[in-house]
Ligand binder design. Structure first.
Ligand code: ADP
Length: 177
């Protein structure tokens, strides 16, 4: 991201984050309780590069972030090699799996592929600070929270689009680096 003089210093993370009001809800995974089949359906019904992991849909407390490609590779490997992993297996991002029925298929443990400390800003963080963090840490995405609850996500492209809108230019004319 190049420093742009025309960057609007008054915008906040909440103005740039997705989902926008009219968009479908943020696509999230829960730390336990989703099945392999449900995770596959979510990943396949979207094109997002990654998914926040939350404690539960009700709490929206952030646990981590998983990349789409790591999810797909791990599920694929587990289906091929891991004894008994099927669509009904529970996907577990916690350290310890919840007790399961004796006849339940073995869980698929995916804590190892989760980023446990994804970068977050609050909804009221000014965008010039967020852009600075993206540049300095080389982030590809950052999560947005309000009172500890996950609200949305900002990707590098979202920032470039926002800058282009402000500069009233074609987003494709802005160089990515
Ligand atoms: P990029 O912005 O580089 O295309 P993505 O493909 O991950 O990256 O995201 C596409 C759009 O969807 C972006 O506007 C981003 O903010 C949004 N987005 C990314 N991940 C999610 C998600 N899990 N749920 C909802 N929207 C998302």
């Amino acid at each position: 991201l190049e420093p742009k003089e025309e960057f609007d210093h008054s915008s906040l993370a909440v103005d740039v984050m997705r989902p926008r009001r009219s968009d479908p809800a943020l696509a999230v995974l829960t730390q336990d309780g989703m099945t392999v089949g449900e995770v596959e359906a979510l990943v396949e019904s979207t094109h997002y590069s990654g998914f926040p992991v939350v404690v539960s849909p009700e709490s929206q407390r952030l646990v981590g972030f998983v990349l789409r490609r790591d999810l797909l590779i791990s599920i694929d490997n587990a289906r091929k090699r891991q004894e008994g992993v099927v669509s009904a297996s529970t996907v577990v991002f916690t350290e310890h799996a919840l007790a399961q029925a004796a006849d339940a298929p073995p869980p698929l443990r995916l804590r190892g592929i989760m980023d446990l400390s994804p970068f977050t800003v609050t909804d009221h963080t000014p965008m010039d600070i967020t852009v600075d963090i993206f540049r300095k840490l080389g982030l590809r995405q950052c999560l947005v929270t309000h009172n500890g609850r996950l609200l949305g996500i900002i990707t590098k492209k979202d920032i470039l689009k926002h800058m282009a809108q402000i500069a009233n230019r074609d987003p494709d004319s802005i160089l990515f680096n």
